[in-house]
Ligand binder design. Structure first.
Ligand code: GDP
Ligand code: MG
Length: 163
Protein backbone atom coordinates (compact mmCIF):
# COMPACT_ATOMS: atom_id res chain seq x y z
CA UNK A 1 0.00 0.00 0.00
CA UNK A 2 1.05 3.57 -0.53
CA UNK A 3 2.33 5.44 2.48
CA UNK A 4 -0.09 8.02 3.83
CA UNK A 5 0.72 11.66 4.46
CA UNK A 6 -1.84 13.74 6.39
CA UNK A 7 -1.99 17.52 6.56
CA UNK A 8 -3.27 18.90 9.85
CA UNK A 9 -3.54 22.36 11.31
CA UNK A 10 -6.09 24.89 12.36
CA UNK A 11 -8.52 26.38 9.83
CA UNK A 12 -7.25 28.89 7.31
CA UNK A 13 -3.54 28.06 7.46
CA UNK A 14 -3.64 26.87 3.83
CA UNK A 15 -3.98 23.08 4.09
CA UNK A 16 -6.35 22.72 1.15
CA UNK A 17 -4.29 25.08 -1.01
CA UNK A 18 -1.18 22.94 -0.52
CA UNK A 19 -3.13 19.69 -0.86
CA UNK A 20 -4.45 20.82 -4.24
CA UNK A 21 -1.00 21.80 -5.42
CA UNK A 22 0.39 18.40 -4.42
CA UNK A 23 -2.30 16.25 -6.00
CA UNK A 24 -2.89 18.22 -9.18
CA UNK A 25 -5.88 16.38 -10.64
CA UNK A 26 -5.37 13.11 -8.75
CA UNK A 27 -8.29 13.45 -6.38
CA UNK A 28 -9.16 9.96 -5.16
CA UNK A 29 -12.07 9.93 -2.74
CA UNK A 30 -14.17 12.79 -1.52
CA UNK A 31 -15.86 12.22 1.78
CA UNK A 32 -18.05 15.21 2.21
CA UNK A 33 -20.89 14.57 4.60
CA UNK A 34 -22.11 17.80 6.15
CA UNK A 35 -22.03 17.62 9.93
CA UNK A 36 -19.41 14.90 10.07
CA UNK A 37 -16.49 16.37 11.93
CA UNK A 38 -14.05 13.74 10.76
CA UNK A 39 -14.38 15.01 7.24
CA UNK A 40 -11.41 14.49 4.97
CA UNK A 41 -10.37 14.34 1.38
CA UNK A 42 -7.93 11.84 -0.08
CA UNK A 43 -5.69 12.33 -3.04
CA UNK A 44 -2.60 10.75 -4.44
CA UNK A 45 0.72 12.27 -5.28
CA UNK A 46 4.18 11.36 -6.40
CA UNK A 47 7.51 12.92 -5.59
CA UNK A 48 11.06 11.73 -6.22
CA UNK A 49 9.68 8.47 -7.58
CA UNK A 50 7.63 7.78 -4.43
CA UNK A 51 3.88 7.42 -4.76
CA UNK A 52 1.83 8.31 -1.70
CA UNK A 53 -1.70 9.03 -0.54
CA UNK A 54 -2.35 12.39 1.02
CA UNK A 55 -5.20 13.45 3.29
CA UNK A 56 -6.55 16.97 3.60
CA UNK A 57 -8.34 17.31 6.94
CA UNK A 58 -10.84 19.90 8.06
CA UNK A 59 -13.02 20.39 5.04
CA UNK A 60 -15.97 21.80 6.94
CA UNK A 61 -16.40 25.43 7.80
CA UNK A 62 -17.14 25.92 11.46
CA UNK A 63 -17.59 28.90 13.68
CA UNK A 64 -16.69 29.64 17.25
CA UNK A 65 -13.53 29.03 19.20
CA UNK A 66 -14.80 25.85 20.91
CA UNK A 67 -16.02 24.27 17.71
CA UNK A 68 -12.78 25.06 15.96
CA UNK A 69 -10.71 23.51 18.72
CA UNK A 70 -12.92 20.43 18.77
CA UNK A 71 -12.56 20.00 15.05
CA UNK A 72 -8.82 20.58 15.04
CA UNK A 73 -8.43 17.97 17.78
CA UNK A 74 -10.47 15.45 15.76
CA UNK A 75 -8.33 16.09 12.70
CA UNK A 76 -5.18 15.54 14.65
CA UNK A 77 -6.55 12.26 16.06
CA UNK A 78 -7.53 11.15 12.60
CA UNK A 79 -4.12 11.97 11.19
CA UNK A 80 -2.42 10.15 14.04
CA UNK A 81 -4.53 7.04 13.32
CA UNK A 82 -4.22 7.03 9.55
CA UNK A 83 -0.96 8.67 8.58
CA UNK A 84 2.59 7.38 8.31
CA UNK A 85 3.88 10.93 8.38
CA UNK A 86 2.09 14.13 9.37
CA UNK A 87 2.50 17.56 7.84
CA UNK A 88 1.66 19.99 10.62
CA UNK A 89 0.79 23.27 8.95
CA UNK A 90 1.03 26.65 10.62
CA UNK A 91 0.67 30.22 9.40
CA UNK A 92 3.67 32.55 9.30
CA UNK A 93 1.45 35.62 9.06
CA UNK A 94 -0.61 34.70 12.12
CA UNK A 95 2.34 33.42 14.14
CA UNK A 96 2.08 30.73 16.79
CA UNK A 97 -1.33 30.32 18.40
CA UNK A 98 -2.79 28.36 21.29
CA UNK A 99 -4.41 25.94 18.85
CA UNK A 100 -1.03 25.26 17.25
CA UNK A 101 0.37 24.46 20.67
CA UNK A 102 -2.40 22.06 21.46
CA UNK A 103 -2.04 20.20 18.17
CA UNK A 104 1.71 20.06 18.72
CA UNK A 105 1.23 18.35 22.07
CA UNK A 106 -1.11 15.74 20.59
CA UNK A 107 1.24 15.03 17.73
CA UNK A 108 4.24 14.89 20.02
CA UNK A 109 2.59 12.33 22.30
CA UNK A 110 1.66 10.16 19.30
CA UNK A 111 5.36 9.76 18.39
CA UNK A 112 4.44 9.81 14.70
CA UNK A 113 6.92 11.49 12.39
CA UNK A 114 5.97 15.16 11.94
CA UNK A 115 7.18 17.84 9.55
CA UNK A 116 6.22 21.43 10.34
CA UNK A 117 5.21 23.42 7.25
CA UNK A 118 5.15 27.17 7.80
CA UNK A 119 2.83 28.46 5.12
CA UNK A 120 2.24 32.00 3.82
CA UNK A 121 5.95 32.77 3.65
CA UNK A 122 5.26 34.73 0.50
CA UNK A 123 8.45 36.70 0.88
CA UNK A 124 11.61 34.83 1.75
CA UNK A 125 13.11 37.98 3.27
CA UNK A 126 10.75 37.34 6.14
CA UNK A 127 12.32 34.13 7.42
CA UNK A 128 12.13 35.51 10.98
CA UNK A 129 8.48 34.53 10.91
CA UNK A 130 9.57 30.92 10.45
CA UNK A 131 12.05 30.60 13.28
CA UNK A 132 9.55 30.86 16.11
CA UNK A 133 8.12 27.53 14.96
CA UNK A 134 11.34 25.75 15.90
CA UNK A 135 9.78 26.00 19.35
CA UNK A 136 7.17 23.40 18.40
CA UNK A 137 9.88 20.78 18.85
CA UNK A 138 9.66 18.91 15.56
CA UNK A 139 12.96 20.02 14.08
CA UNK A 140 13.55 22.42 11.23
CA UNK A 141 10.31 23.94 9.93
CA UNK A 142 9.93 24.11 6.16
CA UNK A 143 8.91 27.52 4.77
CA UNK A 144 6.32 27.32 2.02
CA UNK A 145 3.92 29.53 0.14
CA UNK A 146 0.71 28.09 -1.21
CA UNK A 147 0.09 31.31 -3.10
CA UNK A 148 3.40 31.16 -4.96
CA UNK A 149 3.92 27.41 -4.90
CA UNK A 150 7.35 27.77 -3.32
CA UNK A 151 8.93 25.33 -0.89
CA UNK A 152 6.56 22.48 -1.67
CA UNK A 153 9.32 20.28 -3.10
CA UNK A 154 11.37 20.81 0.07
CA UNK A 155 8.33 19.93 2.15
CA UNK A 156 7.73 16.67 0.27
CA UNK A 157 11.44 15.83 0.52
CA UNK A 158 11.24 16.27 4.29
CA UNK A 159 8.02 14.23 4.56
CA UNK A 160 9.28 11.35 2.40
CA UNK A 161 12.54 11.25 4.28
CA UNK A 162 10.56 10.43 7.44
CA UNK A 163 8.58 7.57 5.91
P1 GDP B 1 -7.33 25.59 5.16
O1 GDP B 1 -8.51 26.06 5.92
O2 GDP B 1 -6.19 25.30 6.09
O3 GDP B 1 -7.60 24.46 4.23
O4 GDP B 1 -6.80 26.83 4.29
P2 GDP B 1 -7.10 27.20 2.75
O5 GDP B 1 -6.23 26.40 1.84
O6 GDP B 1 -8.56 27.13 2.52
O7 GDP B 1 -6.56 28.69 2.70
C1 GDP B 1 -7.05 29.68 3.59
C2 GDP B 1 -6.78 31.06 3.00
O8 GDP B 1 -5.37 31.31 2.99
C3 GDP B 1 -7.24 31.21 1.56
O9 GDP B 1 -7.76 32.51 1.42
C4 GDP B 1 -5.96 31.03 0.76
O10 GDP B 1 -6.02 31.69 -0.48
C5 GDP B 1 -4.95 31.67 1.69
N1 GDP B 1 -3.58 31.14 1.47
C6 GDP B 1 -3.21 29.86 1.26
N2 GDP B 1 -1.88 29.78 1.09
C7 GDP B 1 -1.40 31.05 1.19
C8 GDP B 1 -0.08 31.61 1.09
O11 GDP B 1 0.94 30.94 0.89
N3 GDP B 1 0.02 32.96 1.26
C9 GDP B 1 -1.07 33.74 1.51
N4 GDP B 1 -0.86 35.04 1.64
N5 GDP B 1 -2.32 33.24 1.57
C10 GDP B 1 -2.49 31.91 1.43
MG1 MG C 1 -9.31 23.30 3.97
Amino acid sequence: ARPVIAIVGRPNVGKSTIFNRVIGDRLAIVEDKPGVTRDRIYGTGEWSGRAFSIIDTGGIEIDGEDEIMKSVRMQAELAIEEADVIIFMVDAKAGMTHADDEVAQMLFRSRKPVVVAVNKVDNFNRMDDVYEFYGLGFGTPVAISGSHGTGIGDLLDAAIEKL
